[in-house]
Design a protein around this ligand. Structure first.
Ligand code: FAD
Ligand code: UDP
Length: 377
């Protein structure tokens, strides 16, 4: 087999680049994926009741920039969806990120008011404060509050999710979900928050359905790398695997999803409920809440159990943001620059980066414009 571009991985990183090359040139592209489907971790499908299931956990599209939304709008219509999460704290379902509404749910009115006033005087309305920053404040009441939030919202959830406490991870991890000094119950404050009308998978089908793209599923790079004669390689798999783990294994966090069907119209009041302190799982997603007109009599949920990634046993989901891992990654990066400078490594696994979908799409578009478009065959 012969092609101009071999692209390993049919997730967002690989599919965006494949689509761009195929749409703007006559170059031949082969996209391979070891899974049986396209879409990477954004893959979704309808179950027998017609409910759209996100196979690898709930995927909410949000972006501060219009660019990734404009790009994907060529392949989908959208429904507006402002995601909200509830968390079970002290026996109550409270808004997460912790905000002033959460404050009044967990403390008596008078004390909540005092805390609200202190926070407003000190920081101002609308501020977003990472929990590890709020904990540095020396005011006695704010200290009490930050300890409360740390213990009840962050500590156990993070321990379950990562196998580490918040202080053992890069601060950017818990800063994703800051304390909000407002009454905004939304999980994200980004300007663009949407879901694809028919799900994510049709987006990938439309991106990859081009005469100069050949798609091979159930195909691992190591099994075909000698058989495919390519001019350029774009690799979105794990970089440590690509180099046969010569600098050691990059650790990942994996997840086990337990899907359950219930003969109920609704299982929980919200699409996602977090369980920071109870149970072995972190969150339950009820997929019905993600689409319009889901009038089925039954419902499907996914319970998320975090677990250690083990080669060949489960999937790599989350790169673990810790300095020691960045140092291992940097060795791979350096080695790649020196030894295979023409191979493009991009995506969550190849760059060992905790990317959201919008970010990986933006990076793929940028790499296409700045690098790939200029390549000669
Ligand atoms: P992937 O989607 O992982 O695609 C890589 C593909 O490469 C995979 O299909 C894999 O099978 C294939 N591959 C790997 N190695 C090989 C090989 N050797 N040979 C052949 N194929 C190979 N982002 C958001 O914006 N919003 C969310 O709400 C959100 N929720 C998430 C929830 C969970 C549980 C997870 C795990 C991620 C979530 N994300 C979310 C992040 C989102 O999934 C990623 O940003 C996105 O999938 C990254 O795309 P990618 O192409 O880099 O990687
Ligand atoms: N987090 C937490 N409690 C929560 C929600 C989030 O401790 O109720 C922390 C946890 O460390 C988590 C991180 O914030 O890994 C980022 O949360 P996010 O929802 O962005 O994680 P993802 O959707 O990527 O799994």
């Amino acid at each position: 087999m012969k092609c101009d571009f071999l692209i390993v991985g049919a997730g967002f990183a690989g599919s965006v680049i494949a689509e761009r090359i195929a749409s703007e040139s006559n170059f031949s592209v082969i996209v391979i994926d070891k899974r049986l489907h396209i879409g990477g971790n954004a893959f979704d499908f309808r179950d027998e009741n017609g409910i759209l299931i996100h196979k690898y956990g709930p995927h909410f599209f949000h972006s501060v920039s219009n660019k990734p939304v404009d790009y994907l709008s060529q392949f989908t219509e959208w429904i507006p969806y402002q995601h909200k999460t509830l968390g079970l704290v002290d026996g109550k379902l409270i808004p997460i990120p912790f905000n002033f509404n959460s404050l009044y749910e967990v403390f008596p009115f008078k004390y909540a008011k005092l805390l609200e006033n202190k926070l407003l005087t000190k920081f101002g309305f609308g501020l977003k404060i990472p929990i590890l920053k709020l904990q540095e404040d020396e005011d006695e009441d704010i200290k009490f509050l930050s300890d409360y939030i740390y213990k009840n919202v962050f500590l156990n959830y993070t321990q379950k999710q990562w196998g580490y406490s918040p202080n053992e991870l890069d601060p950017s991890v818990t800063a994703r979900i800051p304390v909000l000094l407002s009454r905004d119950n939304r999980y994200f404050q980004d300007k663009y928050q949407v879901l694809p009308k028919d799900g994510y998978t049709p987006i990938f089908e439309r991106m990859l359905n081009k005469k100069n793209i050949k798609l091979l599923l159930n195909t691992s790079f190591k099994d075909v790398k000698e058989e495919i004669d390519y001019s350029h390689l774009i690799y979105t798999g794990a970089i440590d695997e690509f180099f046969d783990f010569r600098f050691g294994h990059l650790p990942y966090r994996s997840l086990k999803f337990e899907f359950q069907k219930h003969n109920l119209k609704q299982f929980q009041p919200n699409s996602v409920v977090n369980y920071p302190n109870n149970n072995d799982f972190t969150r339950i997603t009820e997929f019905k809440h993600l689409m319009l007109n889901q009038e089925q009599k039954s419902t499907t949920i996914a319970i998320e159990f975090p677990e250690k990634y083990v080669d060949m046993i489960n999937e790599r989901f989350y790169p673990i943001p810790q300095l020691a891992n960045t140092e291992i990654y940097n060795q791979y990066f350096q080695f790649a620059q020196e030894n295979v400078p023409s191979t493009i490594f991009i995506g969550r696994l190849a760059e060992y980066k905790y990317y959201n979908m919008n970010e990986v799409i933006s990076v793929a578009l940028m790499i296409y414009e700045n690098k790939i478009k200029k390549l000669k065959i």
